[in-house]
Design a protein around this ligand. Structure first.
Ligand SMILES: *[C@@H]1O[C@H](CO)[C@@H](O)[C@H](O)[C@H]1NC(C)=O
Length: 379
């Protein structure tokens, strides 16, 4: 029995025109499904396991890691659970190091050694404890986690801080707790630059709207994040990039990737995400526009893809940059994933929480809404 006659039977049509219409419709459906299958073929012919939301089993996708980076570009910490609000995970990117010569927010793009400074949130003592590598000769110190209005009024409030093209950020120069080494002096000594440790000031910093969320700037703020409150990445996306890195290195293409990358692990910490998930397959997060997290079903919108700069080139364990990894690997297959940023290599999705609460490793992530074409955020 041909497809056409079985469809004719199914729909009970006795008329040629109607069955021709059904045939055209089924050809169109087949063409569309072929197109969507083709879209999922990677350059070397493997299908990535991305699927439409209805195909995810409940409980299939879970949070496997939560990372917070209290001082931008300094070492992050993995936590079992974290409070969050619409500006992101609690304490994430609340502090920065400011280069005092140009009032510039410093990042590891230009000061890679920053990744060796390790700030840790200490809830018991309500302090941010900052440590340096043992061989550095610098003295660890602590600053208040949530300074009181009295403390803040005694601190210097800087304005006109410059982060990328934004020149309107404010922040307080932090003073160490009594009896502790001077925060800005120790950081300056470690980096060999005149810097201050700065806590975000009171002025609201609106995010940029995106093509899929055109009024985002009205109701969404961030602190010293690059652009958006939360970065979500799946482990399988990292594994995909790692596998391609090994393949390029093993093919001996030494002008693209150093030979040591034949076996070297690519760690998630390079990419500085906040929420790491597993269970949906590589780059599944490209297709998500709204997720619900945990038993409370906390809503988080995924508003854009994350364009990657040179920061992931810095090895988080050594502070040494590598000009090829992962930039050249991402460039082979992640350029133009977000149509709003056609020349950027994207990795991970930018999230905006629409609730406040606590999320934990092990929480289930449910996909509530897919992007319009099931693949990228075009509307
Ligand atoms: C810490 O050092 C900076 C830079 O030398 C100085 O301006 C500031 O007053 C010092 N803070 C304290 C509490 O001594």
């Amino acid at each position: 029995m041909s497809t056409n006659s079985s469809l004719t039977q199914l729909y009970g049509s006795e008329h040629g025109a109607a069955s021709l219409g059904v045939l055209c419709a089924s050809v169109a459906v087949l063409a569309l499904s072929w197109y969507s299958i083709r879209r999922r073929l990677s350059p070397n012919g493997q299908t990535s396991p991305t699927r439409a939301s209805r195909d995810y089993r409940d409980g299939q996708i879970t949070i496997t890691k939560l990372l917070i980076h209290p001082i931008k570009s300094c070492r992050g910490s993995s936590v079992q659970s974290s409070a969050f609000t619409s500006v992101g995970l609690e304490h994430d990117r609340r502090w920065v190091l400011v280069g005092l010569d140009k009032s510039e927010v410093l990042t590891a793009r230009t000061v890679p050694k920053m990744v060796l400074v390790h700030p840790r949130v200490n809830q018991d003592s309500q302090t941010l404890d900052v440590t340096f590598p043992a061989d550095s000769g610098c003295t660890d110190f602590s600053v208040p986690l949530n300074p009181s209005p009295d403390q803040l009024s005694a601190w210097t409030l800087l304005d006109g801080l410059n982060l990328f093209s934004i020149k309107t950020l404010d922040g307080y120069i932090c003073e160490s707790l009594p009896g502790h080494a001077n925060a800005s002096e120790e950081l300056s000594r470690f980096l060999g630059l005149r810097v201050a440790l700065v806590l975000k000031g009171p002025r609201r910093r609106a995010v940029d709207s995106t093509p899929t969320f055109p009024s985002l700037h009205e109701d969404t703020s961030v602190l010293f994040h690059d652009g958006y409150p939360v970065l979500l990445v799946s482990e399988e996306s990292l594994e995909d990039v790692e596998r391609r890195t090994w393949e390029i290195a093993r093919a001996g293409d030494s002008d693209r990737v150093d030979a040591k990358w034949k076996n070297e692990r690519l760690v998630m910490e390079r990419f500085r995400p906040n929420i790491v998930v597993r269970g949906a397959g590589g780059f599944a997060e490209d297709d998500w526009e709204e997720v619900r997290i945990g038993s409370e079903g906390y809503q988080m919108d995924l508003v854009s893809k994350c364009p990657r700069c040179q920061l992931p080139q810095v090895d988080p364990a050594t502070g040494v940059p590598d000009a090829a990894i992962p930039t050249k690997v991402l460039a082979t297959f992640r350029k133009g994933i977000d149509p709003a940023m056609p020349h950027k290599n994207c990795f991970g999705s930018n999230g905006v929480p629409r609730a406040s609460g606590v999320i934990s490793v092990g929480d289930v992530v449910r996909v509530a809404r897919m992007t319009a074409d099931g693949s990228v955020a075009i509307r």
